[in-house]
Design a protein around this ligand. Sequence first.
Ligand SMILES: [Cu+2]
Length: 202
Amino acid sequence: MKRLIGFLVVFIFSVSSMAHTLQGSTKGYPKKVVEVENLVNEEGKPTKLSDFKGKVVILYFGFTNCQHVCPTVSASLKRISDGLKDKGLQDKFQIVFITVDPKRDTSEVLKRYKESHGFDTFTFLTGREEDLKKVWKAYGIEVKEKEMEMKHGEHTMKHKMISHTPVITFIIDKDGNIVEDYKGIYLPEDKIIQDIEYLIKK
Ligand SMILES: [Cu+2]
């Protein structure tokens, strides 16, 4: 009887740890990540995605001057980060932001951005436009720059607007495979926390 109970406990435990299904879009995954070349982080230190091997990585693209989309995603990821920290998993994951605006998002700007928002579990990557273009393309991120005329009183000023589509957040497992993505601005935070906790413990 004892052996049977022991067996059942092990059985139920292994079934329950296997039972989690990733809740994002898994079509076309798992897929090995495309490595980034010649990028630096907010400290100006050369950084590659493989530096985070052994951790679950949340990868997304944006720019610090973005008015609506990126701040919404970043705030969501910060709450996800806090949720994972509450579970004691602060050393097991890494959030990676890659800029789509290398002209303005220098390491110094990114460092200030990181510190002023308390994004301590984030790293912010930038580099030369020619290197970033390859990365955007590999991840299907379309970046467009357009000039917009805006009226300020009697003056008309030209503003550079960057638009980036689609908004996509990639989840990368400990071995460097993209296993799923979440599209759109409003991330299902609880689901992502569950997915990442599962991938960390897997
Ligand atoms: Cu944005």
